[in-house]
Design a binder for this molecule. Structure first.
Ligand SMILES: C[S@@+](CC[C@H](N)C(=O)[O-])C[C@H]1O[C@@H](n2cnc3c(N)ncnc32)[C@H](O)[C@@H]1O
Length: 310
């Protein structure tokens, strides 16, 4: 399918969708480094600009619009006014793009917190807004470890299908391939994903195999817990070292934090995918991404629909 990608970042979502056989015809992000990474590894179709400065008229028509709109604008206190909220322009842009372009499907990824925001009113409002735009919508909370990704990352996927395709949701959310209880097969551990990597303090040909000097000190909160080698990695973060930087997860050897390459591998980016920018920027691009391997499953479902259903 032909896809327009908003808030594309370094392109984890887009790469997976492409690996499945779809084509990204237009992409956008405001972040210079993420755009440079995307252009180098994925394609020059990405436009570097604040989405608020883009005229929707200039975005091409597509089968699908995808994007993880940042959700800071949803105020906890007053959800009913959210659409009028100035700070909520990014969500509004995504909604307007879908309303005006009327793609067959849209896929929006978001953090788990969106489900509890405004006591659940934010997500209700989102479903209702897209309903009014002509879509039936499903909201699914998924743990990436259940899909063979070596990371217990929880993310919400909001999937919309145009009412012209009927009232029954045709898009089938990917089936779990792994489980904590070993069914259908066991979760993948961080150790099995990373153990082949050489010591980053010794020279190697690996791209981005460097790590943050932010001290490993266990304090029992996110980014500061002992990493169990036999479990999937905790969520690869996009922020959190307290100084505006990113808190990389401690390596299970307890001696240092994960390298950029190791973090990217946990997010299932291929080894030849090179991140551009300073160390914090690279970690952030990775932490922001949809795991490539999961995005590929979403992309395969689009291909199935195109070939067998529509
Ligand atoms: C969660 S990330 C998306 C990651 C992407 N889906 C992936 O898989 O790699 C959200 C992105 O929105 C971008 N963004 C934030 N504000 C923006 C704006 N005003 N215009 C365009 N992009 C913006 C950020 O730079 C960030 O890359």
């Amino acid at each position: 399918m032909k896809i327009v990608s908003l808030f594309s970042g370094a392109g984890g979502l887009d790469l997976g969708l492409m690996q499945a056989g779809n084509t990204i015809i237009w992409a956008n992000d405001i972040d210079k480094d993420a755009v440079a990474t995307y252009a180098k590894n994925i394609g020059g179709h990405i436009v570097c600009a604040d989405i608020k400065d883009i005229d929707i008229e200039n975005i091409p028509l597509s089968d699908v619009i995808v994007g993880g709109f940042p959700c800071q604008g949803f105020s906890q206190a007053n959800m009913l006014r959210t659409v009028e909220d100035e700070r909520n322009q990014l969500y509004k842009f995504f909604l307007r793009a879908v309303k005006e372009k009327q793609p067959r499907f849209f896929i929006a990824e978001n953090v788990r917190g969106i489900l509890s925001l405004g006591k659940g009113n934010a997500i209700k409002q989102i479903v209702s807004d897209f309903g009014a735009a002509g879509y039936i919508v499903t909201v699914t909370l998924a743990n990436m470890a259940d899909y063979g990704i070596p990371q217990t990352r929880l993310r919400v996927f909001i999937i919309g299908q145009h009412r012209d395709l009927g009232e029954k949701m045709l898009f089938e959310f990917p089936k779990k391939t792994n489980g904590k209880d070993g069914n259908p097969s066991p979760w993948i551990s961080i150790k099995s994903a990373l153990d082949h990597y050489p010591d980053p303090d010794k020279p190697s040909n690996l791209l981005n195999h460097i790590y943050s000097s932010y001290k490993v000190k266990y304090r029992n909160f996110t980014g500061h817990r002992i990493t169990d080698p036999d479990k999937p990695s905790p969520t690869i973060l996009a922020r959190g070292n307290g100084k505006g930087g990113v808190c990389a997860i401690p390596h299970y050897n307890g001696e240092r934090r994960l390298t950029i390459r190791e973090s990217a591998t946990i997010q299932t980016f291929p080894e030849n995918f090179e991140f551009i920018g300073k160390m914090n920027s690279c970690y952030r691009q990775i932490g922001n991404a949809v795991p490539v391997q999961f995005a590929k499953l979403l992309g395969q479902e689009l291909i199935r629909l195109e070939r067998e259903v529509l």
